[in-house]
Design a protein around this ligand. Sequence first.
Ligand code: OSB
Ligand code: MG
Length: 360
Amino acid sequence: MGLTIREIRFQRVKKKLNKPFITSLETVNERESILVAVVSDRAVEGYGECVAFSTPWYTEETVESCAFVMEQVLKPLLMGKELNGPDEVHAVFGHVKGNRMAKAAIEMAVWDLFAKHGNLPLWKYVGGEQKRIPAGVVVAAKPERMANEIDQAAKGGYSRIKIKISTDSDTELLKEAVSRYPEILFFADANGGFDKDSFQRLLAFDTIGFALIEQPFGEQEWRLHAKASAEMQTPICLDESIESFEDAERMIEMQAGKIIVMKMGRLGGWHETLKIVELCRQHGIEMWVGGMIEFGVSKAHNLALASLPDLVLPGDFSGSRHFWDEDIIYPEIVVENGTIQLQGNIGIGYAVAVDKADLK
Ligand code: OSB
Ligand code: MG
């Protein structure tokens, strides 16, 4: 069933975080994003969200680089195009190099549009199942805040907690924090904070009881990741290193990691993400869905991704109120009994309250 793209609109969103988000690389105080609305000839609207940050600390792209690429390069390629399916967007953007987050924002909106045209919830459209999505939260390894944040998360019903670690994290303190909650699954995320010189230091994190360690080294450090994977009991999981299907193939070939964090923005959208899901399925690589301190539109796409039967490990899914006073979708995402309910409505399943996305 074909449709024609009649209109593409962008809307900037900027909100202060309830509390600073601290990683080994950057402290995020405020989140700026670009929402995308793609409109069909039947006046149906699909939504996407750009997850690039204001500065290039996580990936090379930024809000400004994405605004330029989306408005000046990608929009003209897609306007007025007749599409037979959302997969065709990938080919339309094919000759534009890189810029995966910019591409993903528009591509995801087209997937929402097709799901709506087909009268299906997005999670059903992509082959997901009606399951409750396990919630998961992220805490900073700041000694003065960590224990308190873990207690709060446990009280809030979260059964998976990801701790941001760095070369100077106190491993004894971490061990104590983790051992207090044997029923909770703990992940660690280094955001590439370790290197060749601190390799030995990483080994000290092997006995803490983490279910995985995410991205200990820089995104190009394939050999260091392979070495850590071989020497450590705790599975190595890659985030920043995996930007494409080819990166996932490389991880498998080099045995540089055993688990992949899927983030549709980082991977360039649904097309590439679903290809990687299939590759991981064939090779028995575990996957889970990561977060980007994103607003509800990106979260809704990621919830649909998490509904796929292969996505078993709990992802970075906190409720809307975790980061903001008010999200930009309705209803907001809520965590109940440690899980999030998939919506039954068509497309992403949430209404987008763009007027709440104040430009202050
Ligand atoms: O490395 O997983 C990461 C947030 C922004 C950028 C990178 C990362 C994160 C998170 C997830 O850790 C936080 C969340 O959205 O729940
Ligand atoms: Mg990460």
